[in-house]
Design a protein around this ligand. Structure first.
Ligand code: 3H9
Length: 695
């Protein structure tokens, strides 16, 4: 008997307690332990078997770390079959999160009970696979096609109450899983309850699965797994159980071999690894109860909203009582959204807006704040003025943070007498919705200030990524480069509309020009003006159409016109007829003859520009690891999750071919396409980006 499953016999009940922290993943030792436990229970004359998990959860699924390695038996589907085939009554008692293979173990049991707070689901599609241990064969037999289609293709977690209503659970009871499970098993023994294998229940009648497959594929915007899972449900309805299990296994195997599965699992582990940094080991964050926010525009109000929702007291500084009132309105509006979605109660809304939030126009109000974030106008002189004032007023040890998205945090820190307390906290707009937080560590930032940044991100439910100081940090620096690549393709003959379409087909939530319209074209215009003032390298190609568009007053969605015409609403996206003539004028002025681009070339160039800049960002230490870049692009820039992030994508494409492309384009434009030294080094050494994640 392995220790991952602890066996015990209590009266007529054999108890199999899973003990594989942290989440009781169904690794080899657990699978072996379950089979051995069932066999021993049968040998020892038990009448029932109880399966439950020690620690925080019932099984949270197959052990994802085993994916991609040669599988070793007993395999999970066989474990489930063995459990269900037992002549004893098998009961699963659920708590925590019974997910994937975990729920499949429960479905193979004859009865299911859970604590009220338990959650369950089949989230396999979210990591690029599908239920592979009978989930698509048993769930439809238990709850029908429509409901299982929803649960399986969304991958969502279902609370115990809903699970009882759906028919996944037989019972909910308060208490420890072991106690409620033992009581239920005894009750079943006393009632002489029969075994109740789900596989012997009739399957639902088939429906038009081709139509369902198409609909699910379309909804997934390129994501394969949910659509393939539909074929599993189809097999449940059209084949005998054992045949259905075989078909499910085949489909599972097909998905296991896809790049999408690799990309999604990379994303899963990468988002958990971003906060694990050697420099933070053993470093305690500073106290964090009350924060200050300077500036109550869209960004400041979003940050304040997020802080309030995470339980912090917030003092927001504005320039005038009128501006403060407007900021309060914005925050209340954001919180109304949370109220409508049922995230907070009306009482909580009242408490957050009236008690936890203070508005002020005098910086004195910040003297007790543990951390202050400025979200004022993006200009160095303005930032310096703010930090000089903060330095004079804030208490010793207070963290002074800038929400700058491009500016040099070292220069900002230098105006204070305490640069060790200064850090960049780059939120993304709208800050109460977007999950990404770039934590920008300046030369003199103290480790416990970095830890405090991560602690703030954690409280707010953000995915926080450490970045170093450079123009644009990780995300905006890479964005500038791939946007420039797109702009050059436009000069050479592509249109913004073809580029947007190609990239949306690739899987981006929005193409770069639709994104620019949403963010406001004035932002990019201001950056271009600043860079020109600082001095642009004469080798860089230049263009004017984007500036002309702004000079004509077209700032995107907020003015109703940008690359697209939004007069029929924000989603209408009709090309603005003024754009192409501006582009053509630019081409004519530069003597460029437009050429045709295929969608494939657009993607190849755009992605190569992104990867090349990302490799520079990693090579220079701005991002500590390739996975930090991947998570930044996934959470802040709409990068398709199923492609894992730009550097995981690059690994899967093969770095040598990518470098060859870059070198061939560098023949025409050596300045823009200068290969990243790190990319060249990896190709020479026959390594890839993921190898650096493991170093
Ligand atoms: C499946 O079941 C396939 C079957 O149908 C068929 C097979 C044939 N494996 O997220 P946390 C680690 S597919 C290995 O920070 P939380 C995680 O990396 C699977 N490791 O905690 C982390 O490690 P570390 C279907 C796993 O409380 C630690 O556990 N199941 C697994 O915020 C704590 O995790 C899923 O997709 C795993 N399955 O959230 C469930 N799960 O401490 C995926 C977690 O070293 N997991 N770890 O960083 C989750 O959704 C969340 O982790 C969970 C806990 C909700 C369970």
């Amino acid at each position: 008997m392995t220790e991952a499953i602890v066996y015990e016999k209590i009266g007529d009940i054999a108890v199999l307690a899973a003990n594989n922290p942290p989440v009781n993943a169904l690794g080899l030792a657990v699978r072996q332990g379950l089979v051995e436990g069932i066999e021993r229970a049968e040998k020892e004359g038990a009448k029932a078997v109880l399966i439950y998990g020690e620690g925080r959860t019932f099984f949270a699924g197959a052990d994802i770390r085993e994916f991609g390695k040669p599988p070793v038996g007993p395999f999970l589907p066989d474990v489930c079959t063995r459990i269900e085939a037992s002549p004893l009554i098998v009961v699963s008692a659920l708590h925590g999160t019974a997910l994937g293979g975990g729920l499949e173990i429960a479905l193979a049991s004859h009865y299911r009970i859970a604590v009220p707070k338990a959650r369950m689901g089949l989230p396999e599609v979210l990591i690029g696979v599908m239920p592979g241990a009978g989930g698509t064969q048993r769930l439809p037999r238990l709850i029908g096609i429509d409901k299982s289609l929803d649960v399986i293709t969304s991958g969502r977690q279902v609370g115990a109450k809903e699970a009882l209503e759906l028919g996944i659970l037989d019972k909910i009871a308060d208490g420890e899983p072991r106690e409620i499970g033992l009581a239920y098993a005894q009750e079943l023994i006393d009632a002489n309850a029969p075994r109740r294998p789900v596989s012997e229940m009739p399957a639902p009648a088939p429906v038009d699965f081709d139509a369902l497959y198409d609909a699910v594929l379309k909804k997934g915007r390129g994501l394969l797994a949910p659509a393939v899972a539909v074929r599993g449900i189809q097999a449940c309805c059209e084949l005998p159980f054992a045949e259905g299990m075989k078909r499910e296994r085949e489909l599972f195997g097909q998905l296991m071999n896809t790049d999408q599965r690799q990309g999604l699992i990379h994303a899963f582990f990468a988002e958990r690894a971003v906060g694990k940094l050697p420099e933070l080991e053993g470093v305690a964050p500073r106290p964090l109860n009350a924060i200050g926010v300077i500036g109550g525009g869209t960004m400041g109000a979003g940050i304040a909203t997020s802080a309030l929702l995470s339980g912090l007291k917030v003092t927001l500084i504005e320039m005038s009582p009128k501006a403060a009132e407007a900021a309060k309105g914005r925050i209340a509006g954001n919180l109304q959204g949370a109220l409508k979605r049922g995230k907070i109660s009306p009482e909580k809304f009242e408490e957050l807006t009236e008690k936890a939030l203070t508005l002020a126009i005098d910086y004195e109000a910040l003297k007790d704040a543990d951390l202050v974030i400025e979200a004022v106008f993006e200009e160095m002189s303005v930032k310096k003025e703010v930090f000089t004032k903060l330095d004079a007023i804030c208490k010793p040890g207070a963290v002074l943070a800038s929400n700058t998205s491009y500016l040099n945090v070292n220069e900002i820190a230098a105006v204070t007498s305490r640069p060790a307390d200064v850090i960049g906290l780059h939120f993304f707009s709208p800050a109460h919705v977007m999950k990404l937080l770039e934590i920008v560590v300046a030369d003199k930032t103290a480790p416990d200030v970095v830890a405090t940044g991560f602690a703030l991100g954690g409280k707010m439910g953000k995915v926080s990524v450490r970045a170093g100081v450079c123009d644009g940090f990780i995300g905006n620096r890479i964005l500038s480069t791939y946007r420039t690549c797109a702009d050059y393709m436009i000069l050479d003959g592509a249109s913004p509309y073809q580029i947007d379409k190609a990239l949306e087909d690739f899987g981006f939530a929005m193409g770069p020009y639709a994104v620019a319209d949403l963010a406001g074209l004035d932002i990019g215009w201001a950056v271009r003006k600043r860079k020109r003032a600082e001095g642009v390298d004469p080798r860089a190609r230049d263009f004017t159409y984007a500036d002309k568009l702004c000079e004509d007053g077209h700032f995107g969605q907020k003015t109703g016109m940008g690359y697209y015409d939004y007069s029929a609403g924000p989603k209408s996206r009709v090309p603005n007829p003024e754009v192409m003539p501006l582009i053509e004028a630019d081409r004519a002025a530069q003597g460029i003859t437009a050429r045709a681009f295929t969608d494939e070339e657009i993607i190849r160039r755009y992605m190569a520009a992104m990867v090349n800049e990302a490799a520079k960002v990693v090579g220079e230490g701005i991002a500590k690891r390739p996975l930090d870049v991947d998570v930044t692009l996934l959470y802040g820039y709409g990068f398709p999750r199923y492609r894992g992030g730009p550097l995981k994508w690059a690994d899967m494409q093969g770095l040598p071919a990518l470098l060859d492309d870059i070198k061939s384009w560098a023949e025409d434009d050596p300045y823009f396409w200068a290969p990243a030294p790190l990319l060249e080094q990896l190709v020479t050494e026959g390594r890839n980006f993921d190898d650096l994640n493991k170093d």
